[in-house]
Design a protein around this ligand. Sequence first.
Ligand code: PMP
Length: 305
Amino acid sequence: MQYYNENTILYLNGEFVKASEAKTDFYSQSLHYGYAVFEGIRSYRNVNGETIIFKEVEHYERLKNSALLMNMPFPFSTEELIEATYELLDANNLQDAYIRPVIYAPANMSFAQNTTSYIMIAVWEMSPFLGEKLLRVMTSSFQRPNPKGFKIEAKASGHYVNSLLASHEAKANGYDEALLTDMNDNVAEGPGANVFFEKDGKLITPSTGNILPGITRATVMEICNELNIPVEEKLFTTNEMKDSDAAFFCGTAAEVIGWHSLDDVPFKKPWSESLGKIVQEAYKNVVVNPVTRSVVNKYEGMIVE
Ligand code: PMP
């Protein structure tokens, strides 16, 4: 996968610069200690041919919350970051793209808090709707980080070492992806996606507390609400999942992607007849149907509410 070439433009601390010429600091606390926060966002070419960043306010608000939870200064506004992102997509001639903002720390080898943060935003092409193939998922031997040791609801770079270990293990064992449990052996989430399963006409997903509460998870719940599909948030084990009708992951990059099996136990329903399939189709519609690019108004609308 090539993320950039000699023409690619990055947003770096208020400026648009060539990715191949941009510099970072090898003494950054982020590189040494995993002390950074980031977002994963997508833009889509909508039905009118315009570029629309999906749930841009929610993603940039989560970036701010992640930074504040990690005691990182965050002197950026959601509005300015959204505007910069649209400019960056234009500069790179991208419509269906993945957007990766990172907030990182200055040079600091001590554990002292910083008074400055830096921001980089990268964008690269990503086709929508990658997830047609059903996943063979393995219960990971790794658990998600203990929420008493980490701010688990923050999207912090260091947390992703856990995700990498789980994903590596699953792939080394011939599976497509991992499912991680929490410290009490309840199902938590995938390395980079939330999870739902279907049982007796209802969708069930882990309660918040031990997971990253995903923006796609919230969108799935909105879709279910509109389609009158019942959803329950609760704690459950992998055994309960294995005795269910169907399951899927959801996340910004993964979108909605069905499962074939968990630990080689296939789900009872064909994916094409599952509630997940209905949600998947609705999600495909939702991401390309949002209105127009009325970002500033939308954001101002949020402030006055
Ligand atoms: N859990 C984890 C650990 C993730 O990395 C992601 C991807 N950001 C998600 C869940 C899904 O979150 P979202 O729907 O906001 O992309």
